[in-house]
Design a protein. Sequence first.
Length: 386
Amino acid sequence: MTRRIAVFGATGSIGINTLDVIGQLGGSSAFEITALTGHANVEKLARQAIDHRAAMAVTADESRYGDLKDALAGTGITAAAGASGLDEAASMQNDIVMAAIVGTAGLAPTLKAAAAGADIALANKECLVSAGPLFMDAVQRGGGTLIPVDSEHSAIFQVFEEHQRRALDRVIITASGGPFRTKTLEEMRHVDAATARAHPNWSMGLKISIDSASMFNKALEMIEAQHLFRLTPDQVEVVVHPQSIIHSMVGYADGSILAQLGAPDMRTAIGYALAYPERRPLAVERLDFAKLARLDFEAPDETRFPALKLARRAMERGGLQGAVLNGAKEVALEAFIEGRCGFLEMADITEAVMDALDDLKTATSIDDIYAADGEARRRAAELVNA
Ligand code: NDP
């Protein structure tokens, strides 16, 4: 039986890996691709749609609709654009949707697909960080299964025994520590974006690599885990594990820790999500324990990586603090990339905006999320420019 799948963010790193995995899992004999979506990279999107025989291709950028339509002329593939195009893709009776649009733009189509009852393979961070309760509610009402794609949450999902929830002690999210794991606070004050983007283990885009260096990526993952696995803030722990072989762990009340290990390759987590509840063969590197030699662990340093402290604060405060943290961080991150703010200032700015906006109520609609995100960005921009 083929499964109907839409890939949101097909032209990105996760999207490209997803199409690779779809090929490995049987291609068109296993999956019928209802829609592929992209944004700026229309040429690549059209090529992917043709190669993978998608029914529809959507560019989120309306101004590129003409280019997409031209590139698909004579192929029988429907071209669509903008929010209405994404909405259509989300409403196509998909069995599963890969949610890999980057940023807040991923929120509306993923919420829509969840409410429509599709299983969601979730890579996008904002759905949980900014809109956790709203998104979890949409998934529950839609009746689909939420399967995380981020390697840490995939690991937890794989070893989380829901029937043992009452014996759950904690989840332990592993962090590589990034390129600045051993740098002093003083050295970190002067690093630039080129140094910050050099991740030791994973090959990723610019922003997520810098978020890994500042550990803001780990901060977002803590908040995601809280919502995804219905945890209290004190059940979410982080440990630095430089080799990125253990992708995360779950600890139980009897002292047992269950862990998921693997080579650092996103295709394992993507393949797990697409084949769930089965496990299917994938051509990825196998761990060779004889060559691994050792696995190291360290406590995270919240003085050098204050993002972790901010995540805990956001989890404890609840409400719209996740959306505020993310919005403010995004502005600070862009400013850092453009050389308008220092590496450590990213956390200072985010903290100041979170404290200023800690009276924001709980979101009841996606508009509340956009409003909090917008206000956080406006305030962070003021601080950057001050
Ligand atoms: P990329 O930047 O590589 O790809 C992002 C995708 O989103 C592209 O298809 C892009 O289209 C599309 N896009 C960009 N802007 C918009 C917009 N305004 N509206 C609609 N679509 C848009 O990101 P990744 O694939 O690396 O990551 C995707 C998500 O998954 C992110 O939230 C990331 O944090 C998360 N993630 C990524 C991991 C990784 O290893 N890469 C690991 C875990 C989570 P185009 O390229 O055509 O402009």
